[in-house]
Design a protein around this ligand. Structure first.
Ligand code: NAD
Length: 226
């Protein structure tokens, strides 16, 4: 049976593909206050602004290409069972070739009903006011906004609890409960965190490698495949 690697990724892994993070110095939160674009309240009261913000994000993600870190993670599947738990809403893991990607915070290339979150459509265009789902409610991005529950959390917990190795990449570790998943890794598992910086507390047992994902992750993966 193949050993299991659980990879936890945040916005930092896609930074070198040209997709901006939220919390770095040039992060999106400096330009767009979180309360105005990424909360349930904002979606209900300033729908047009929220749709526009995510329409821009969808366009930026579609133009981006996977980088060496995404590609190296996909290559791990030659030797390991690999589960990617991502906070990211882009599809760069899938486009790099990873087959088991769990999106904890939703996906930009999907639209969902405003009244029934189980109604989701593949969506690669902008979402506009007046575009409705089959229940005649406004379409919205399939994104977990602040104040909404994280997706697939139980499934993610199950995976990380049974991991032989855990690799966390490019997360400030500030967004809960997603970041707290790292604490569920087994004591015995090898655990590595790669990031330029971390704002939350590094969980016990993780070896912290400070640097850019596209420089560091390929070497870790190559070493694990040998
Ligand atoms: P974050 O913006 O809070 O933190 C990003 C982290 O990545 C920082 O700690 C930073 O030091 C690090 N980093 C920046 N460039 C890096 C690089 N080249 N290599 C390695 N690390 C690098 O992001 P987060 O922790 O993922 O959490 C915030 C939320 O942001 C998530 O909910 C996610 O949905 C959302 N988000 C997603 C995307 C995306 O899909 N690509 C982009 C922006 C924000």
């Amino acid at each position: 049976m193949k050993k299991k690697i659980v990879v936890f990724t945040g916005a930092g892994i896609s930074a070198e593909s040209g997709i901006r993070t939220f919390r770095d110095n040039d992060g999106l939160w400096n330009e767009y206050p979180v309360a105005e674009v990424a909360t349930k309240f904002a979606l209900e009261h300033n729908t047009e602004i929220v749709l526009k913000f995510y329409n821009q994000r969808r366009l930026a993600a579609a133009k981006a290409q996977p980088n060496f870190a995404h590609i190296a993670l996909a290559e791990l599947e030659s030797t390991y069972e690999v589960i990617i738990l991502t906070q990211n809403v882009d599809d760069l893991h899938e486009r790099a070739g990873s087959s088991n990607v769990i999106h904890l915070h939703g996906q930009l290339n999907r639209a969902q009903s405003s009244i029934d979150s189980s109604i989701v459509y593949a969506w690669d265009k902008p979402i506009h006011i007046g575009q409705h789902c089959e229940l005649n409610s406004q379409l919205r991005p399939n994104i977990v906004l602040f104040g909404e529950p994280v997706l697939h959390l139980e499934e993610a917990r199950r995976h990380i609890k049974s991991a032989d190795k855990v690799l966390a990449i490019g997360s400030s570790l500030t967004v809960l409960p997603a970041a707290s998943l790292l604490k569920k890794a087994p004591y015995k598992a090898e655990k590595i965190l790669v990031s330029l910086d971390v704002k939350g507390k590094i969980p016990y047992g993780y070896k912290f490698l400070r640097g850019k994902a596209a420089n560091i992750v390929p070497a870790i993966c190559k070493n694990w495949i040998l």
